[in-house]
Design a protein around this ligand. Sequence first.
Ligand SMILES: [Zn+2]
Length: 98
Amino acid sequence: MTPCQLAYSQARIRAYTLFRQEQPERFNELVQQARRDLGLPVAEGGRYILPIDHGTENGMRMHYRRKIPACQPCRDAYNAAVRYRRQQAAARKRKRTA
Ligand SMILES: [Zn+2]
């Protein structure tokens, strides 16, 4: 975790605590302020625009969440990750039965 991510998650925890303390209208405001302090992009309407991490399994997930058709590098990364996990599971199974 980078210092930037750490500061962001701490700010988010603070914001969430306030939210729980019956200040739901302050939640988004605090999260947005935290993002501004860290120089992260802040989008209109309380939704965050982070660039999609193309060519990674997480990038594939970001495509899905935004309902944007996945690009080829993301599909490839996702398929490779699924294939890898399947092979690992098969290898474990072989070990158990052997
Ligand atoms: Zn992509």
